[in-house]
Design a protein around this ligand. Sequence first.
Ligand code: AMP
Length: 121
Amino acid sequence: MAYDNNNIFAKILRGEIPAKKIYEDDFAVAFHDISPQAPSHILVIPKGAYESMDDFTAGASPEEIAGLFRALGNVARQEKLDETGYRVISNCGINGGQEVPHLHLHLLGGRRLGRMVQPAA
Ligand code: AMP
């Protein structure tokens, strides 16, 4: 499926809509989730046009892949989440519950997060 240039994170990357940005480098941007599920809920996204972990791992350059994960670690340390621990989640596709079709890593922390996967509703 073709990448949708009008998804909300593409618009944030182009500066067309605001975001509470806390980090940016050559490869990635991080901002606060608009609907936080934990005291700290940050989204880390690559600057490249990738829909999910699937096309990213298949098509991104080694520099882009390293860049995204280095950015994730930089943000975790910047926010001091490394001191108490955190969780990284990337929802991909329908069964993953992905709502925004631009690859994003949820970085969650600030409290004990409980079970990793809730029973299906
Ligand atoms: P996912 O279900 O993994 O695709 O998660 C999408 C996430 O994006 C959700 O946690 C939303 O709360 C978040 N979100 C949607 N729109 C915005 C926005 N404009 N700024 C920040 N976060 C957003």
